[in-house]
Design a protein around this ligand. Structure first.
Ligand code: FES
Length: 178
């Protein structure tokens, strides 16, 4: 169903955002046609000035900040892998794995309290901002980000905002601090 009136509450906070995205009347941001994204399997877009990527994977749409929370790698160019039953985007820069569903960073580690020495996939918590996707009438929309909550990926989302254009091909992350 539609998001309906819940977004009216937020309208004032976002009213001055001039990201250049097409804002729909109910506050959602139009990304593209459902059938086009199903065909291409991924699409990048700007939402409130930040680069996001929408994936279509195994029957579901997922939207995330496009710049990896680690050092800003372009997740839109990564491959999707199944890890322990969770679909993950693998960052092309240093191979960090991020779940499409929740934005959690995964790492392989050994729990010293368990007798087995087999590494297991564990979560570092939600690191990458995800965006709620709404399908309406063959169109795909995402919600504008709720900036009252912050995620590690926000740093790079803000950093790459400044360029004003999709910086997919740029590799200019050398000055990034730890
Ligand atoms: S920038 Fe993505 S893994 Fe390092």
């Amino acid at each position: 169903g539609r998001a309906g009136t819940q977004w009216l509450i937020d309208v004032d906070r976002h009213s001055s955002s001039a990201g250049g995205a097409e804002a729909e009347p109910d506050g959602l941001v139009f990304i593209g046609k459902e059938e086009d994204i199903k065909k291409s399997q991924r699409i990048t877009a700007k939402v409130d000035g930040r680069e996001i990527v929408v994936f279509y994977h195994e029957g579901k749409f997922h939207a995330l900040d496009s710049r990896c929370y680690h050092e800003g790698g372009p997740l839109c160019q990564g491959e999707i892998e199944d890890i322990d039953g969770q679909a993950c985007i693998v960052c092309p820069w240093h191979k960090f794995k991020i779940t499409l569903e929740t934005g959690e960073g995964l790492y392989e580690g050994i729990n010293p309290l368990e007798p087995s020495l087999t590494p297991k996939w564990q979560s570092k918590g939600v690191k990458q901002r995800i965006h709620k996707v709404t399908i309406d009438n063959g169109n795909v929309y995402v919600n504008p980000p709720d900036l009252s909550v912050s995620f590690d990926s926000d740093y790079y989302a803000d950093k790459y905002k400044i360029g004003g254009e999709l910086a997919m091909g740029k590799q200019s992350h050398s000055e990034a601090a730890e």
